[in-house]
Design a protein around this ligand. Structure first.
Ligand code: SF4
Length: 309
């Protein structure tokens, strides 16, 4: 599978089957906390290298072979999906062929363009990010393409908030000392009220970031911020640990950790294997040079980039 990954236990979408529609790693941002690695193609120009028809064909064969429960088809993956010029037709085709809801995870940088807004209209759920309440923080945290500015980003988010159709959950990813000052949280609250999402999802750095100095907030501080942001706000929880799901083992683990770093606990849940067997498998994969391991935030993360480079 080149364009389909998972299903993975998403912290907010349940069992999410990912659709990756951009080459690694194509994005309008180069966020300091990105778990995918540095942006190798930072652009705001449309990139249509992957044919929607190829994604749909792969999805069809995947679903035919894997009847397990899926909660969302999620367009995300190796960069910013709104850069794809045929995103709209892909979403419409997904809706035409399947009853599964379609979610889009986006950095929201391009919604100031009316044609990009139009492309996402058919999605069931859009999860845009807002990490910066001012231009300085945008530059420090998201490191956008030089032709993007904070004003356009906010205009795009406000326009997205007015779009009829998709549900909207706004994600705010907080990094210690960079965008978590109480004044910044107040401003997040004002901006969120103007955008008017159904939910505000508070996140922090939970997987190894591009920059090792991008640090997570403590649980107690996240809880304070949730209070400050009001009843729509929630801290994105870890996925349910009580899964009896069994899916496709060694190859699947390599594929999953090539997309994003995972802990042994994440992978034990995915495979349905006991943790000690999962650890033994991970050790074999490390010994065989197929994956690597590195500590972050008191947890060990396993990763592999060989499929993407
Ligand atoms: S917008 Fe997403 S994919 Fe792009 S650099 Fe930021 S975290 Fe990574």
């Amino acid at each position: 599978m080149k364009y389909i990954f998972g299903p993975v236990p998403s912290r907010r979408l349940g069992w999410s089957l990912g659709l990756d529609i951009l080459p690694y790693k194509t994005c309008s941002f180069d966020c300091i906390y990105c778990e995918l690695g540095p942006t190798t193609c930072r652009t705001i120009d449309p990139i249509g290298l992957i044919e929607p028809g190829a994604v749909l064909a792969e999805l069809e064969s995947f679903l035919a072979a894997h009847p397990e429960k899926i909660d969302f088809l999620t367009i995300s993956g190796s960069g910013e999906p709104t850069l794809h010029p045929e995103l709209g037709s892909l979403i419409r085709e997904l809706k035409r062929h399947y009853t599964l809801p379609v979610a889009l995870i986006t950095n929201a940088s391009l919604f100031f363009r009316p044609q990009v807004l139009e492309q996402v209209r058919a999605a069931d759920l859009i999860i845009p990010s807002l990490d910066a309440v001012d231009p300085e923080t945008l530059a420090a945290v998201n490191r956008p393409h030089p032709d993007l500015d904070h004003k356009s980003l906010l205009e795009g988010l406000l326009a997205l908030g007015r779009l009829k159709g998709p549900r909207l959950w706004l994600e705010i990813l907080l990094i210690k000392g960079l965008n978590d000052h109480p004044d910044q949280i107040d401003r997040f609250k004002q901006l969120s009220a103007a955008i008017n999402p159904e939910k505000i999802q508070i996140n922090t750095v939970v997987r190894p970031p591009v920059e090792s100095w991008a640090l997570p907030l403590e649980t107690t501080r996240l809880a304070q911020i949730r209070e400050q942001l009001g009843p729509q706000a929630e801290i994105i929880a870890r996925p349910d640990r009580q899964s009896d799901r069994t899916i496709r083992w060694e190859d699947e683990i390599i594929k999953l950790v090539s997309r994003r770093p995972c802990t042994a606990e994440d992978l034990a849940q995915l495979t349905g294997w006991p943790p000690d067997e999962t650890l033994a498998l991970l050790q074999r994969l490390i010994a065989g040079g197929k994956i690597t391991a590195a500590p972050f935030n008191q947890e060990m993360y396993y990763r592999c980039r060989t499929l993407d480079t």
